[in-house]
Ligand binder design. Structure first.
Ligand code: GLN
Length: 444
């Protein structure tokens, strides 16, 4: 059924860089045979889903939507891929994204643009845009994305899906191609909260192959699927409802919160005073880490190599030809921020701001259980509309602080403006995925 959908809609949507149909049919047949034998199967057994193309798959191209990795075939699977295989989940293919996950619209893909299934003149969001469009268009039942500054939650919001960014360290990053290692986290994009809990159950947990992975027991997140928010303390951070937020978006969130109040939740206004500094801090820290992580693409070990008369020329040409404009912009920004003489003024200062942002959340969470905000300031914009990189960066204003603080956040649909879905973000304390899943499920 999902392949029939893909046949029908893929020419207009373009969710996939690589499809893995043959392998998928074999995986599905193996599950069918197991069921026919009367054997027990895991919850995701036989359920088809897509992976963002920055998650390594053994023997299957993993391009990061970059020309520099256009023909890269990893020799190993990411830990999340192993875990999904252990449940016999079926892989439909590798989904389009912004190059190296840098962007918020999937327009920075080195190969092609993905379209929003609700209105194909609009972007699906990004950077996990292909993952979100595939789920929204019925080309996959679930998908994995990666979220460094909003790349699971924002495309989920733009495509009317549920997107969950776990606590930093909850899900292993082993085999996720690094963008900004202190911020990156893998998580599910699904049609509803139940599926989100099921996929998180499958992928969460400690991993010795990721030194930043948290060694804490994984609860059964489906236990949080109860329609009960009585006594839940909700904080509304006033800084997330100010200028730049589309009025219909703010109104939809307020209406959703009123519904939760009617169900017995308690609401209060809170303040996160350093919010306005989160975005500039992120756009120093993330490019700084990216410039370091992307130094490995030099044409030597793997990826695109351009001919050159000497090694320096070969490096230069390989990187000039292989990287797209946004990646080059980030590498330049990051290299500048890390260079001697500027390090203290930019990179170190940004790290100090990051701590202040984290402390804002700590203080707020002393008084409330969850925070509710818009996921993005607007609904999905038109393809080509945000040609100015700064305007594009501003789309991340509601999601970035959560990555800086390492917190879990879920985006779920809460209404429409002009026929386009609006996303509501519920933010939790560290490792409180069950709490945000419960609040989301109660509202859904
Ligand atoms: N849009 C943000 C950026 O470009 C976030 C991307 C992400 O979360 N991977 O950095």
């Amino acid at each position: 059924a999902v392949f029939a959908r893909t046949d029908a809609v893929e020419p207009k949507i373009r969710s996939y860089i690589t499809e893995t149909r043959e392998q998928a049919m074999a995986q599905a047949a193996a599950v069918d045979a197991k069921i026919a034998r009367g054997e027990a199967v895991a919850p995701l057994a036989g359920i088809p889903g897509a992976l963002k193309d920055n998650i390594c798959t053994k023997g299957i191209k993993t391009t990061c939507a970059s020309k520099i990795l256009a023909n890269f075939v990893p020799p190993y699977d990411a830990t999340v891929v192993d875990k999904l295989a252990a449940q016999a989940a079926v892989l439909t293919g590798k989904a389009n994204c912004d190059e190296f996950a840098m962007g918020g619209s999937t327009e920075n893909s080195g190969f092609f643009v993905t379209h929003n299934p609700w209105d194909t003149d609009r972007v699906p969001g990004g950077s996990s845009g292909g993952s979100a469009s595939a789920v929204a268009a019925g080309q996959a039942i679930w998908a994995l994305g990666s979220d460094t500054g909003g790349s699971i939650r924002q495309p989920a919001a733009y495509c009317g899906n549920v997107g969950l960014k776990p606590t930093y360290g909850r899900v292993s990053r082993y085999g996720l191609v690094a963008y900004a290692s202190s911020l990156d986290q893998i998580g599910p994009i699904t049609r509803d909260v139940t599926d989100s809990a099921l996929v998180l159950n499958a992928i969460a947990g400690h991993d010795g192959k990721d030194s930043t992975s948290i060694n804490a027991a994984v609860p059964d997140y489906t236990k949080a699927l109860v329609k009960d928010v009585k006594g839940l303390k909700i904080g509304l951070p006033q800084e997330y409802f100010g200028t730049g937020i589309q009025p219909e978006v703010a109104a939809a969130i307020k209406k959703a919160v009123a519904q939760l109040t009617a169900m017995g939740a308690e609401v209060r206004e809170v303040s996160l005073p350093h919010t306005e500094y989160a975005l500039p801090a992120y756009y120093l820290i993330a490019p700084a880490e990216a410039s370091s992580n992307l130094a490995r693409y030099d044409g030597v070990g793997f990826g695109h190599r351009a001919p050159g008369s000497d090694i320096v020329e070969m490096y230069k040409k390989s990187r000039s030809e292989g990287f797209g404009p946004e990646v080059k912009r980030r590498v330049m920004l990051g290299t500048y921020a890390l260079s001697s003489g500027y390090y203290d003024a930019y990179y170190l200062k940004a790290l100090q701001v990051r701590t202040l942002v984290k402390q804002d959340f700590d203080k707020a969470f002393a008084a409330v259980d969850v925070l509710i905000t818009p996921t993005a300031p607007t609904t999905a914009f038109k393809i080509g509309e945000l040609s100015d990189p700064l305007a594009m960066y501003l789309q991340d204003v509601c999601t970035i602080p959560i990555n800086l603080a390492g917190l879990p956040g879920i985006s779920l649909p809460c209404g429409f403006a002009d026929g386009m879905p609006i996303g509501m973000q519920i933010i939790g304390k560290p490792l409180a995925e069950a709490t945000i899943i419960q609040a989301a499920y109660a509202f859904e």
